[in-house]
Ligand binder design. Structure first.
Ligand SMILES: Cc1ncc(COP(=O)(O)O)c(C=O)c1O
Length: 368
């Protein structure tokens, strides 16, 4: 089927751009001697996770939540890191179920009471439950402050059903900093503090072998940190207008990563001189006031065209030149990829203009 025959709104993944993005990140990490641990929170799609693994140089896949991890494990992903703490009895039960069906299920910890809960829950497991110490990159979301981390780690190592394997440090607040020098400086400052914790714990004889962190926005800087072992990049595989706005909105690119995923939309009303109405609104695109979706053709923005939010079901396309006809289709670069993908059931994979596959967004709704 040709991509123009598909019903809209729908998500289209351009195979060649997607493959390019995977290759680019794989190579960047490999040159720096690091591995990838791509984050599935971006795409919520086990098919994409499998593509990332088969692209190579991956040590596993990240999940934001335990229900996401469980869905990945059920889909056959063998090594999963849950990057948020798992704290309630029902979630811990699901964590154990995940550990039972995957080869490796790591979880981050930032609280001693939570660690005790996990330690108790892991009593009957055949192996110790592998954990990472979550460091707070001065952001205040999750994690232990750098200065408190050594004592916290010592307490964790005293828990006999847990196995402390390493540290996580993810500075989400820096990923979209516009000024590249500031992004580099701040990210390296924080990652060096994390590296110092890593070295100190190793020097105390704690056999840590994982130092994971970073996102698409700071990966190229963080790859210079010698102690870092793997990068948790997410958005790089599909990209979006928010990342493009950081660096190169004219080409909708960020460090050569391209918008591989777009939302196809159709003109449903054209009674005005300056704009037409399309069938993609807030239910198909996550609302970002400052970086609305961009109208694209073959990965490049259409100059002078703009999308404006027009309510739940609709968007306005302001055009230049000839007025678009009813039924005419356009593609939009996603405003913010993660929550936009989470609004859909499937991704249609396009190669040379033809529909070649449909990938279910099978982790959709897995939010606990
Ligand atoms: C813990 C963690 N790691 C990695 C990522 C991936 O970041 P990015 O999409 O900027 O690559 C995220 C995204 O929010 C995250 O929360």
């Amino acid at each position: 089927m040709h991509k123009n025959d598909l019903d809209t709104p729908c998500l289209l993944l351009e195979r060649s751009l997607f493959d390019r993005n995977l290759l680019l990140m794989r190579e960047r990490a490999a040159v720096a001697g690091k591995a990838l641990r791509p984050h599935a929170k971006t795409h919520k799609c086990s098919s994409i996770a499998r593509e990332q693994l088969s692209a190579g140089n991956c040590v596993g896949i990240c999940a934001a939540k335990v229900s996401e991890a469980y869905a990945l494990a059920r889909a056959g992903i063998e090594s999963i890191l849950i990057t948020s703490p798992v704290t309630t009895p029902a979630k811990i039960e699901l964590l154990l179920a995940c550990a039972a069906i995957s080869r490796e299920c790591l979880v981050v910890v930032d609280n001693l009471d939570n660690a005790s809960q996990l330690n108790e829950a892991a009593t009957g497991l055949p192996n110790r439950l592998p954990i990472l110490l979550d460091l707070d990159p001065e952001m205040g979301r999750t994690g232990i402050p750098f200065a408190e981390a050594p004592e916290f780690a010592r307490r964790l190592t005293a828990m006999h059903n847990l196995s402390l394997q390493g540290i996580q440090c993810y500075a989400g607040h820096l990923q979209h900093l516009r000024n590249a020098e500031e992004r580099r400086r701040e990210s390296q400052r924080l990652m060096q503090k994390a590296a110092q914790v890593f070295r100190q714990l190793q020097s105390e004889g704690i056999p840590l072998h994982i130092f994971t962190g970073t996102g698409t926005g700071t990966a190229s800087f963080d790859l210079e940190i010698p102690e870092l072992t793997d990068i948790q990049v997410g958005s790089y595989c599909v990209m979006d207008a928010e990342y493009a706005a950081v660096e190169n909105p004219e080409y909708l690119q960020f460090e050569q990563f391209c918008p591989a995923l777009t939302l196809a939309t159709t003109v449903i009303s054209n009674n005005h001189a300056d704009h037409v109405t399309v069938d993609a609104g807030l239910k198909a695109l996550y609302f970002t006031p400052d970086t609305p979706p961009r109208v694209v053709r073959q990965g490049l923005p259409l100059p002078g065209w703009r999308y404006e939010w027009f309510g739940d079901e609709h968007g306005a396309l302001f055009f230049t030149g000839e007025k678009p006809a009813l039924g005419q289709r356009f593609e939009l670069c996603l405003p913010h990829c993660d929550p936009t993908i989470n609004l859909h059931d499937e991704i249609q994979v396009i190669n040379h203009g033809k529909l070649v596959d449909r990938w279910q967004i099978d982790l959709r709704g897995k939010v606990f």
